[in-house]
Write a protein that binds this ligand. Structure first.
Ligand SMILES: Cc1ncc(COP(=O)(O)O)c(C=O)c1O
Length: 499
């Protein structure tokens, strides 16, 4: 039995290694039987070790849905390391955690306050739960061309307008590393007697270094979901859900997590969570100091290249919705090169050997994490140097400055704290029809249409298609932006809900 609070232990990983190494005649699933029957090509790819450890919920390996052995111990260690009261390992990404979180706090028809630009996994949770989202706008900076955080006043105003909202959900830090003032938002939610759920998919590392954004749990969040695989060293799809306090019904959450995950959780994923926690608890601050230093070097050198501008803490700190910026996220504005971020991404990826995380119209966002090396930074700088070289003939010239100017002056057509006519669940199951854009005005949309920039949906599925919203989408597309979610990307026809 391990000491529950000895962070040098890896109870699940160690038990898995023991089970994988011992001789055994296996008459259980999976069918490859510890790799013995694995296809040669798979064995060559994964290696013997990974296949031997691809084991089911053997007695020694505990049960994810009724943990009392090594999974219980590993989750307890994780709760302590990440600053939670209780932690659940997730084998189906933050996606299953966010879905379960919504199922845990909302009954059908209940209202929940969510940002308009939530990840699709939250929309999936709304469909599953039958909850009704009240949408709030993130702050948008036309000058930077970026959606920022959620202002606390926006939350207060929405709760005043809809006092029956059952929970608040915020994404922080965002894909671009922007942290909202969760402390203020938690205080507002708690004063209403409701929980704050935080999609911290992009912040599993923040608890382990003081120079990173303040973790959501430390700011008072009740439930936090983190993609351990996105930033720390867990395998893809391995995530965690953390809870503290008594505003979340943990039994219901536990039941909901069984609705959204496989009954055969992958043991390699669970072991990778145990290992990622161990790595952070024992050497996280030192590793992250190196990562922060590497990111700082890359930021400064990229920013010094002609035509490139890196979004800095000073750029975002004046905005009311921003509490902090994760400087290991590097967002590079390439507009002054006279090409879009999408074109820059193509050149970097196809010919310069550099692949970024998120290309957008004006920006490229890079994740710098503990896996990056000084050599990676050198390659990255080399690639961007060639990209920014004035003698390089641009692959294509589209000028995003007209679009930026439009967005700076455009009256954004949606209203704050809106409630869609139809819930995401009703919209999901409704019969649809395809109409010409002109005919579609006044109908409920069957699709969520987002203009990039700013990447905030202009029309959500279940909302009325207004002439103003359609004009906004069309203009962004005409000015060189792009629209996601449209079954007809030209926007000549739209999919509506059949009346
Ligand atoms: C903000 C946000 N939330 C949730 C998710 C879903 O996370 P996962 O891929 O771990 O299921 C993502 C994935 O990109 C995300 O960006």
């Amino acid at each position: 039995v391990v000491d529950r609070l000895d962070q040098s232990q890896t109870p699940f990983l160690s038990a898995l290694r023991h089970c994988a190494q011992r001789p055994q005649a296996a008459f259980y699933a999976p069918g490859h039987k510890r790799g013995q029957g694995a296809p040669v090509r798979l064995r060559e790819l994964l290696g013997e070790g990974a296949l031997r450890a691809d084991l089911p919920e053997l007695t020694e390996l505990d049960n994810l849905f009724a943990p009392e052995g090594v999974i219980f111990q590993a989750q307890t260690l994780a709760a302590e390391a990440f600053g939670a009261e209780q932690t659940w390992f997730l084998a189906n990404g933050s996606t299953c955690g966010l879905e379960a979180a919504i199922l845990a706090v909302c009954d059908p028809q209940d209202k929940i306050l969510v940002p308009r630009n939530v990840h699709r996994s939250v929309v999936a949770g709304l469909v599953l739960a039958g909850a009704r989202p009240v949408f709030m706008e993130p702050e948008y900076s036309p000058a930077l061309g970026l959606a920022l955080g959620i202002p606390a006043e926006t939350v207060a105003a929405a709760l005043a307008h809809h006092p029956d909202i059952k929970a608040v959900l915020v994404v922080s830090p965002t894909y671009h590393g922007i942290g909202s003032d969760l402390e203020a938002i938690a205080a507002i939610a708690h004063a209403h007697g409701i929980p704050l759920l935080v999609d911290e998919a992009h912040g599993p590392h923040v608890a382990f270094h003081p120079a990173l954004p303040t973790p959501a749990l430390r700011q008072g969040a009740d439930l936090v979901v983190q993609s351990t695989h996105k930033v720390l060293a867990a395998l893809s799809q391995a995530s965690m859900l953390h809870v503290q306090g008594n505003r979340i019904n943990r039994d219901r959450l536990h039941a909901a997590l069984q609705l959204t995950q496989s009954t055969s959780p992958n043991s390699l994923l669970l072991a990778s969570l145990d290992a990622a926690r161990h790595q952070m608890a024992t050497e996280g601050e030192a590793l992250l100091s190196d990562t922060l230093a590497l990111a700082q070097t890359l930021r400064e050198r990229l920013d010094a290249l002609p035509g490139l501008r890196v979004i800095s803490p000073q750029d975002v700190s004046p905005y009311a919705s921003v509490r902090d910026l994760d400087t290991t996220r590097i967002t590079v504005d390439v507009a002054d090169l006279g090409i879009t971020g999408l074109e820059a991404d193509e050149i970097l990826n196809d010919t310069l050997g550099v692949t970024v995380e998120l290309p957008e119209l004006r920006h490229l966002t890079l994740i710098v994490s503990l896996g990056n090396t000084a050599a990676d930074v050198g390659h990255c700088l080399n690639g961007f140097r060639q990209l920014a070289d004035p003698s390089r003939s641009p692959a294509h010239t589209s000028d995003p400055s007209a679009l930026t100017s439009f967005l700076t002056h455009a009256a954004y057509p949606s209203q704050p704290s809106t409630l869609a006519a139809l819930s995401p669940r009703d919209a999901f199951f409704a019969p649809t029809a395809t109409l010409s854009a002109a005919e579609a005005i006044g109908h409920l949309s069957a699709e969520t249409l987002s203009a990039y920039p700013p990447g905030i949906p202009t029309v959500m599925a279940g909302e009325t298609i207004t002439a103003a919203a359609l004009a906004h989408l069309t203009t962004v597309a005409q000015q060189g932006g792009y629209i996601t979610g449209a079954s007809d990307p030209t926007l000549r026809t739209l999919k509506v809900i059949r009346a």
